[in-house]
Design a protein around this ligand. Structure first.
Ligand code: HEM
Length: 125
């Protein structure tokens, strides 16, 4: 089985692939209404999840903990709920999904804060 860092990084690459297709679609159509949702897919999905993936790859002590799997689940749920939530808010109004997704995303960063304090950077198992 591959390490948790791989799954964070795979999710990040999927996000940026989708985000680029979305960006090209916005550029071609000239309709930039969804710029905020596209931006969050790329910055939370690609940049943030990608950094989590690099961290766990560099820090086997953190990757070995069961909290890392919970972190992956919460971070993924955050992107999957927040990005469509922002799109819904931009198109139709109503911010419930965007708010729920942003809470999950913030929770994932709190888990990461604890993880970094506990395991440091680059520590072996
Ligand atoms: C093929 C790649 C991409 C294309 C074609 C693309 C296209 C676009 C377009 C058309 C907009 C709307 C601009 C506006 O209305 O002012 C936009 C906004 C934005 N994009 Fe991308 N994008 C791409 C990749 C990325 C990536 C990789 C990131 C971040 C890592 C990113 C971050 C942003 C941000 C933050 C905004 C919001 C700008 C604002 O609202 O002021 N984009 N993009």
């Amino acid at each position: 089985m591959r390490g948790i860092g791989f799954y964070f990084f795979l999710a990040a690459v999927l996000c940026v692939t989708l985000g680029m297709v979305w960006g090209i679609h916005m550029a071609i159509s000239g309709d930039h209404l969804m710029a905020g949702a596209h931006a969050h897919l790329n910055l939370v999905g690609w940049v943030t999840m990608g950094l989590f993936g690099v961290y766990y790859t560099l820090t086997p002590a953190a990757a070995a903990s069961s909290l890392a799997k919970i972190h992956l689940a919460v971070a993924l749920a955050g992107v999957v709920v927040m990005v469509p939530g922002i799109a819904i808010a931009l198109k139709h109004g109503g911010e419930a999904a965007a708010a729920a997704g942003s809470m999950l995303t913030a929770a994932s960063m709190l888990i990461f804060l604890y993880t970094v304090f506990k395991n440091g950077l680059g520590n072996p198992v």
